[in-house]
Each structure stands twice: as structure tokens, then as C-alpha cells.
Design a protein around this ligand. Sequence first.
Ligand code: ASP
Ligand code: MG
Length: 441
Amino acid sequence: MIVQKFGGTSVGGAAPIRRLAEIVARALPRRPVVVVSAVGGVTNELFRLGAQALAKTDWKAAHAALAARHRTILTELALDPALLDPLLDELAGLLRGIELIGEATPRTQDQLASFGERLSVRIVAAHLAKTGLPARAFDAWDAGLVTDSRFGGARPLPEAPARIRAALEGFQGVPVITGYVAKDAHGHVTTLGRGGSDWSAAIFGAALGAEEIQIWTDVDGVMTADPRIVPHAKQREKLSFAEAAELAFFGAKVLHPATMVPAIEKDIPIRVLNSFRPEVPGTTVVARLLAHERGVKSIASKHGIAVVNVVAAPMLLQFGFLERVADVFARHEVVVDVIATSEVSLALTTEPNARLEPVVAELAAFSAVTVLRDMALVSVVGEELSDSQRVQATVLGTLAELGVKVEMLSYGATRNNLSVVLPEARLKETVSALHERLFGR
Ligand code: ASP
Ligand code: MG
């Protein structure tokens, strides 16, 4: 069997959903399990609705617009326009609750966010059924996906794979399952974190022993750089999991970073495909590359990051400084991307929007801390870096020529990426110049 995951734009209207149905129909001999995201933009809209309800401003018009958007898709697909009314009413009830109580805990936020996927699976399954496929909508929790209770960033429990198999074993048709959402052991709705539908696809694929996990999106696959920065960026046919992991982690938005974990465990290839151009072969991510497939693959970039510089107080220059710093970040659950150290100091980059105030307060108790914001991270990724001085020289030479002030530089332990942190304002020109020198025009 295979897993076919469709992102927000691939379910974002009647025409994309018709294309989705053709893609699924062609895959029927491979016994597809379909995983879908919310209709494009709906998850953001749900969080906005929640914020409006919390602020006791009028959310009803926005709720009506969201309902209308889904009903339009139903109507255009000639499906029952009232199909989603029970769920849309339930959503209104939740918003009323938030407004009344004046509180939206992470648990409530997850409940709220879950409506996007719960709505979209029902549209997709109904359309597939109408075209003659034996499809049925599943909320992920009815398909066995059980997680811990970290609302907003839940992780599957060890028993999830067995539960998934048990839940789907007897079903002969095409399951259409909500990405992103799950429930914890107490039956509370959880989410896997933003962009988590890819991860859902990999979790289901690994549990069910898929021969391939297809991620259907609106780009042709992994590119040599972000096409919004480099319009002539080229497509990559094949990447290793190691390279894809670096790219995902360093901000290439094609795959959610956690997606690779279950796929690596079970050695399942992941194919990134474009549902708007299904004839394009996309990018395949595999465990191991052949010799001729090695090389510099891509320039990943991420803006809006912060650099935290930590300088040890002199009397603390002793064992355990690193550990103490790391512990503060870990306890506040702030993910650190890149670390550079010297004898007396430590520089760390963190994800955009990380909540740094409590981290800084704690660090300040035993060190001098400064935070630099509006920084960008640029990573040159490829397994070949390990034995290529050309790449290193090119990257450093380009930065010097452009006169870009490098805040941090890191050459990861795996030697699969060379990362530099620079001011966000210099990001575009740096990526463009690097692209030209590493991949040509
Ligand atoms: N709908 C969720 C989000 O927007 C999950 C996903 O699309 O992967 O984050
Ligand atoms: Mg996504």
C-alpha cells in the first residue's frame, strides 16, 4: 500500500479536489491511504476566530465566511451543501464557549484547530465516493493515532502503530484520514504542531508498512533554493534522508521536519509531488544515494530567527556550563537550531517566534546574555560537503565579497550542512549569489 498526503492547496477548492480524485484513482492498484490537510488557510483562520472569540469581538461573520467557503466547495462538487453543518455548528459552540469563559488554553486551541482537517476529510471522502471510489472519512483518532498530551506539539505514543493497524485492518476501501490532529490517552484532541500533516502521513505509512509515502503539494519538489528568492531555482530529483532532514530542519518548507523519522525507521521512500502538475516526477527522498547522486543539493534559508549569545561569568568557567545552558533551553522547550561555542561563550539560534523571555531571565542569573533578532539562517546542504573544499571556499568567499557580516558559522557534525547566520536584510542577495556560484544561473 501507499500513503498519499494532500496539503492545503491540493484540497483548496473544487478543481484541486477533482485532480486529487484522479490521482487517487490512478493509485488504486497500490491500495492508497489518503491523508489530508485543512483547506488552505483554514487552520490560520481558525486560530484567528479563536482570538476574536477570546477578545469578545464579533467572530460570527468570520465563522460564516469559513462555513461559506466550505459550502462553496461542496456545491461546486455537487455534494450535499449541508454535509458539514453538524461540524460547523460544533465549531460555533466551541467559539461561544471561548467567548463566555474568556479562556483558550492550549488544549482548547488544539480542539479549535482540529476543525480544519475534520472538515476537509469529509469533503474529500464524499467526492471520492461520488466518483465511485470506496472512500470513507476518518478522524485520525478513529484510525488509531494516539499521542501524548503536549497540546500544540503532540507526539505519537509507542502503541500508536499497533492501534493504527488494528483500526484500519478490517477496512477494505480508501481511508481518508485527517492529518495534523490526534487524541491523547484521555480522549482530548491534540495536534502534532503546525504543518504536521506530513508527519501524520509518515506515521500512518510506517505503521501500515507502506511501500511509498507521497506528499502531494503545490511545488515540483525540493528545489535548489526557495523559488521566491531564486526564481530560476531547479528541481532536485533525489535526496537522501540525511539531506532532507537538514533541509526540513533548516527551513525548507517542503516537508515537516519530523516526517523523516518514521520513514527512516522503516526505510520507506518519500516522494514530494505537485498535485497541480502530477506528470512532474517530483523529488524522491531515500535512505542512501548512489555515488553519482551525491553533491551539493540545496540552499535552505530561514528568516526571523534569533541568536542568543551567552557569555559565562568568570567564576563559572568550569565544567557544566554548556550543560546548564542547554538545560534552560530544554526546560522551556525552545528548540535550538545551530550552536557555536568558544572557550567562554556560546551562541545559539532559535526558531522564529520562540518564547525567549523566560530563557533569557534564567540564563542571566549565571551569565551575560544578549539576544540578536531579525537574523536569517542560510544553510548549504548536501552529503558531498564532507569532502568538498570547493563548497566551503565558495560559501565563505561569496560572503566576504558581498561584505555580509556573519554572526555565526556552523559546520554540522554530520558535515551535511554549512550554515551561516546573517542579518535578515542581507538574506536575499546572499542566497542569490550562492545559488549562482554553486548551481550556475
Ligand atoms: N493544517 C495544519 C496547518 O496548517 C497542518 C498541515 O497543513 O500540515 O498547520
Ligand atoms: Mg505543509
